[in-house]
Design a protein around this ligand. Structure first.
Ligand SMILES: Cc1ncc(COP(=O)(O)O)c(C=O)c1O
Length: 521
């Protein structure tokens, strides 16, 4: 008789439930202590140091047990992670997470529901569908349908997939096939601005569109789509014998945090029957904003909308949704398998609506946060980060050293260190260097990007607890890093620093600093 392996505490089952509770409590206590003690967003370890720590773990060694393994994992991961809740983290679109959502995350991981067929998910399917309805209602769709996805990239891909399938549907309502499909596919065009997220162009590639399928629509000086230019581009596309597959408007561009004029864009789309997709991955939080909901006016006229809850709803990664105005559009995602979701099966399910099969119950986290904090509570946090960005913009107006580059509707700050005496080329070169010095120090994390063809630094403010003083501290570190870099360059060239007298710290540093990184360490 072969002996069956003995069940152990390694798996979460009835007999191991006490061990599970003890193990999780230890993890939670450890994370809580770390969160409380975090003094800077990153420890500043070098990649070589981290690579050595990662490489030294023997993944083929015998198991050490849950407690020791998780303590080892915490030492490796949590000690060296980037902490988005620290007010000096101001780089990308990452937010501190709602405690309610983290609790729900622990719950859904333990239960391990897959929201595909009803028989695997039961109430989870009903809860996700209710949240989709809730989101559709906030958008202003009277019917609507949708599905949770892994993020804005996947939501955008699915929206454009639906638009492609609609475009490749014949007058009799059936899918075009063969040569007719190939011929039309080659002529499909997606109209978007240069500020649209790169996932739009990437989706076009994945969907088999031509290399020149994404047509750039002109913007105003702040990167917002020009409705007049869109109307002209739509006419030009059709005039050239091409077919409009979709127009992508962005509600919250990644760099500038600007919202395209959705109502005017919808007018232009409606005039020619074009599919309007609104990428509200960043600006989706405005759906619950008490003060700024009007920025999304017109979103209800979109045919599909991306909302990232893991950006402006303070949800842990991952949590996003694609929501469509007409449920028949989403039905184009369905694919039937005898073993899972046969066409004859009348049971409600989300797998027919998803690009994924097995799929996390991310909706539970948002549900918990809506119940814990309330939609208005989330919206007030969105308003808080937008207010903070507005205050930082006001403060930078007229700053002698930091030049503000663009306004925002949301919560980004685009700027350069460019005082008088520093050439534009020097300012260009300082952008990646300053970011690097800050990153290496771990004391403040800022992003870099390119605006109007020139490099610049970017703050993305998504921490409602951060204060103007917190941001001032980050900006002081930016100045210090720039001073140190310039002083180091001047010493290396045995010359006076190029902007002596601009800031007392610079003159002091010119005499003392050889390493810019020392300045902010
Ligand atoms: C406007 C916009 N759309 C889509 C995305 C992609 O979202 P995700 O990173 O969740 O895939 C981003 C990410 O920053 C974004 O800013």
């Amino acid at each position: 008789m072969p002996t069956l392996p003995t069940a152990t505490d390694a798996l979460l089952r009835g007999p191991s439930s006490a061990h599970y509770a003890a193990t999780l409590h230890e993890v939670v206590d450890d994370v809580a202590a770390r969160v409380a003690a975090v003094a800077q967003p990153f420890c500043g370890a070098s990649r070589a140091e981290l690579a050595a720590l990662v490489d030294e773990v023997d993944l083929d060694a015998p198991g050490v047990g849950d407690g020791p393994a998780l303590r080892e994992v915490a030492d490796l991961y949590a000690s060296h992670a980037v902490w988005f809740h620290h007010p000096a983290y101001a780089a990308h679109l990452n937010c501190p997470v709602a405690v309610s959502a983290v609790g729900a995350e622990a719950m859904l991981a333990a239960v391990n529901t897959s929201v595909d067929t009803y028989d695997q998910s039961t109430v989870a399917t009903l809860m996700e569908r209710r949240l989709v309805e809730w989101t559709a209602g906030r958008i202003g769709f009277t019917a609507g349908d949708g599905v949770f996805t892994s993020g804005g990239t996947q939501s955008n891909l699915q929206a454009l997939f639906l638009a492609r399938e609609r475009a490749l549907t014949g007058p009799d309502g059936t899918r075009l096939t063969g040569a007719a499909r190939r011929e039309l596919l080659a002529r499909l065009r997606v109209l978007a601005t240069a500020s649209s997220h790169f996932s739009v162009a990437k989706s076009a590639l994945l969907l088999g569109l031509e290399d020149d399928a994404v047509v750039e629509v002109a913007t105003d000086a702040h990167g917002r789509m020009e409705a007049g230019a869109l109307a002209a581009a739509l006419a030009a596309t059709v005039g050239a014998g091409d077919a409009v597959m979709a127009v992508v408007a962005t509600a919250g561009t990644t760099d500038r945090g600007c919202v395209d004029p959705l109502a005017a864009v919808a007018d232009a789309c409606d005039a020619v029957g074009a599919w309007l997709h609104v990428d509200a991955a960043y600006g989706g939080g405005l759906l619950v904003s008490p003060a700024r909901r009007h920025l999304l006016d017109g979103i209800e006229r979109a045919r599909s909308v991306t909302v990232d809850f893991h950006k402006t709803f303070f949800q842990p990664v991952s949590s996003s949704a694609l929501v469509v105005r007409d449920p028949a559009d989403l039905a184009r995602t369905a694919w039937h398998a005898d073993y899972l979701n046969p066409a004859a099966d009348a049971e409600v399910n989300q797998v027919d609506r998803s690009l994924q099969t097995t799929r996390r119950f991310d909706a539970l986290k948002l549900w918990a946060t809506l119940r814990a904090v309330g939609a208005d509570g989330i919206g007030r946090m969105v308003d808080a980060v937008c207010d903070l960005a507005a205050a930082v913009h006001a403060e930078l107006e007229g700053d002698p050293e930091l030049r503000l580059l663009a306004p925002t509707d949301l919560s980004t700050v685009l700027f350069r260190y460019e005082p008088e005496g520093v050439t534009p080329e020097q300012a260009d070169a300082l952008v990646p260097q300053v970011r690097r010095v800050l990153f290496d120090s771990g004391r403040a994390l800022v992003a870099k990007t390119v605006v109007d063809g020139r490099p610049c630094l970017k703050l993305t403010l998504l921490n409602p607890d951060a204060t103007l003083d917190d941001v001032r501290t980050v900006l002081d570190l930016v100045r210090d890093a720039a001073h140190g870099l310039l002083a180091g360059q001047a010493l290396a060239a045995d010359a006076a620093p190029p902007c002596r007298g601009v800031h007392p710290r610079l003159d002091r540093l010119a005499a003392t600093s050889t390493q810019a990184a020392e300045v902010v360490r």
